[in-house]
Design a protein around this ligand. Structure first.
Ligand SMILES: Cc1cc2nc3c(=O)[nH]c(=O)nc-3n(C[C@H](O)[C@H](O)[C@H](O)COP(=O)(O)OP(=O)(O)OC[C@H]3O[C@@H](n4cnc5c(N)ncnc54)[C@H](O)[C@@H]3O)c2cc1C
Length: 553
């Protein structure tokens, strides 16, 4: 076999000091944050050890690359001119879907299993597979998330739930009841409004058969090859949620027309489409006119997965940076031996650990939600806070990790390039940053018990580090009376996020490292958790400055 590492093929120079990419390592076992958290809960780890090993193999990492190098292709018609509205994928995509669905990552757990950390383990599964290939996490996540919404209509759940929870991946245009496994997408966003879905204009008209006919469009509909879509449309009683199958039980294609696939910055392996709903048959899910409330359960689960996905990106970017810095030399020493590089890497290690702990804690709260009201409240507010903070910080984190590889990090052959293009997405879909910050305020106002649950969680770490206690006092005082304006939402939610991360570090990390984390995030000055945390500025100055900067725009 040719040894490329010895500079095969060059007679002008030898190739050395060029580290290979990480391969043949166990993604699970090498991640002490995850291992220790599960170990501390007495959770069985065997399945995850096997998954971690499989994901670290060269061929699995290569499948992730191939699925992105060969993005999906839209096939609207067959050779005879019949509409087929199908998406064609590279075999690598199918192999990843088979693996991940087979591991149960798309399967919403049984209530009984939540006592055995089923959501938590499933979250770790998603965290691991996303590090190898993030795009296929989208249909996997939506299929998982669809189930609690579907359960609003038990008669529909009886038909569809076994397919959504199946561990079989069965791709293609087939009658749903004939398939060994089903996937589900979500269709809410329209051209005139995504965050504000009340602006939806797609209509749903009740027919004599009891089903509805949907007419309109969706501006973003990811995974359009799914077997069904949770879809919002206006019916006679207002915005309602519908399950819209892609193939009907008589074998005909439902009226969902794929217009085109989005040409995205990243997330290339995954198909995201624009669709028209041309009289598509839909089944009402939940109460008519209560569509937002019904679909919010799906959105909540997808938000948890965005948080997990962002933490996974950080972890994988860190793996790339550490691997490289341990093998690359500059100025006569390995990069990792340089003082300043250690400062950078250690900060990344702390940030990654705190973000992973947040994702784990929210997955654990999901397990407990059905049996413990406090945990349900913590989940409600905690996911909004955590998604906001971790998804906001992920792009900066990935850019910094990329820089650790120098120029080699900025070329497409490096996984850091793919991570970089993927990084902003979790902050945009399932509620962009402002929307999650405002959602946190909404939870505080409409459900004050969520504030109690958060404060009770944060109080568990009192008495260990003075600056933590001081910051907690400060925020507690601020939360009394809930006098928080929209202007300050990002600052407040960012700080709550930093406190939650600090608490989780105190609870789970090495005490010395937790102290460094707390000092650097909560110390002398809070600093700004993200952009958009300016102090109060008079309105005239605000408007004047924005106008001046927008001159001619
Ligand atoms: C790759 C990709 C795949 C997607 N897949 C799907 C899918 O499968 N199904 C689906 O339904 N959607 C999907 N989306 C759409 C996504 O959920 C929306 O883009 C997102 O919710 C934002 O909506 P919008 O694009 O209409 O932006 P807008 O709602 O116009 O928001 C623009 C900006 O304004 C901010 N903003 C909005 N309201 C306020 C406010 N009150 N105060 C302050 N700021 C505010 C937002 O935070 C955002 O930064 C996808 C998007 C992408 C990029």
């Amino acid at each position: 076999m040719v040894d490329l590492g010895n500079g095969f093929g060059f007679d002008t120079h030898a190739v050395y000091n060029q580290p290979s990419a990480p391969t043949d390592y166990n993604l699970f076992e090498s991640d002490s944050t995850i291992v220790n958290y599960l170990h501390g809960r007495g959770s069985g780890l065997d399945d995850l050890v096997g998954l971690g090993e499989l994901l670290g193999k060269t061929q699995t990492i290569e499948a992730g690359r191939l699925a992105n190098e060969h993005p999906p292709i839209l096939r609207t018609h067959d050779r005879n001119g019949n509409r087929i509205d199908e998406v064609e994928f590279h075999p690598a995509w199918h192999s990843l879907m088979t693996l991940t669905i087979g591991e149960g990552v798309a399967s919403y757990p049984d209530m009984a299993d939540t006592r055995k950390d089923a959501h938590l383990k499933r979250a770790v599964g998603l965290y691991l597979v996303s590090q190898v290939e993030a795009g296929h996490g989208c249909p996997v996540s939506m299929t998982y998330a669809a189930v609690p919404t579907l359960r609003h209509s038990p008669e529909l759940a009886e038909i569809w739930e076994p397919g959504f929870r199946s561990r079989n991946y069965d791709f293609g245009l087939k009658i749903p009841s004939s398939k060994a496994g089903l996937t589900c997408g979500m269709a809410m966003t329209e051209k005139q409004g995504g965050s504000d879905v009340r602006a939806n204009t797609t209509t749903a008209t009740l027919t004599a058969s009891g089903t509805y006919r949907l007419l309109g469009h969706k501006w973003f509909c990811s995974a359009p090859m799914s077997d069904a879509f949770m879809t919002l449309a206006q019916s006679r009683n207002g915005l309602s949620c519908f399950l819209v199958p892609r193939v009907l039980e008589d074998g005909t294609l439902n009226g969902i027309r794929l217009q085109r696939l989005k040409d995205k910055v990243g997330n290339r392996s995954n198909a995201s489409s624009e669709i028209e709903l041309a009289g598509a048959v839909g089944h009402l899910v939940g109460e008519e006119g209560r569509g937002i409330k019904t679909i919010l359960e799906m959105v909540g689960c997808c938000r948890l997965d965005s948080l997990i996905g962002a933490a996974a990106q950080m972890r994988q970017a860190l793996v790339q940076a550490l691997w490289f810095a341990r093998r690359r030399s500059a100025f006569s020493s390995l990069l990792i031996e340089h003082d300043l590089m250690q400062n950078v890497l250690l900060d990344l290690i702390l940030e990654s650990e705190a973000s992973s702990l947040m994702a784990l804690r929210m997955a654990h709260a999901t397990d407990q939600s059905g049996i413990d009201e406090g945990e349900s409240d913590l989940r409600r507010i905690g996911i909004a806070i955590s998604k906001f903070l971790v998804c906001k910080r992920a792009p900066t984190f990935v850019a910094e990790a990329m820089e650790c590889l120098g120029g080699s990090g900025y070329v497409e052959e490096s996984l850091t390039a793919r991570l970089y293009r993927e990084a902003p997405l979790n902050g945009i879909w399932e509620g962009a940053g402002n929307v999650n910050a405002l959602d946190t305020l909404r939870a505080m106002h409409r459900q004050p018990s969520t504030v109690d649950a958060l404060l009770s969680e944060l109080s568990k770490s009192r008495g260990f580090i003075n600056s933590y206690d001081g910051r907690l006092d400060e925020l507690e005082a601020r939360l009394v009376g809930l006098e928080v304006s929209e202007w300050n939402a990002r600052q407040l939610v960012g700080r709550l996020g930093l406190l939650l991360q600090s608490h989780l570090m105190i609870e789970n990390s090495m005490p010395e490292l937790a102290a460094v984390f707390v000092e650097s995030r909560l110390g002398e000055s809070w600093g700004a958790p993200t952009i958009g945390c300016l102090p109060k500025i008079p309105e005239s100055l605000r408007k004047g400055a924005i106008e001046a900067a927008s001159l001619g725009l």
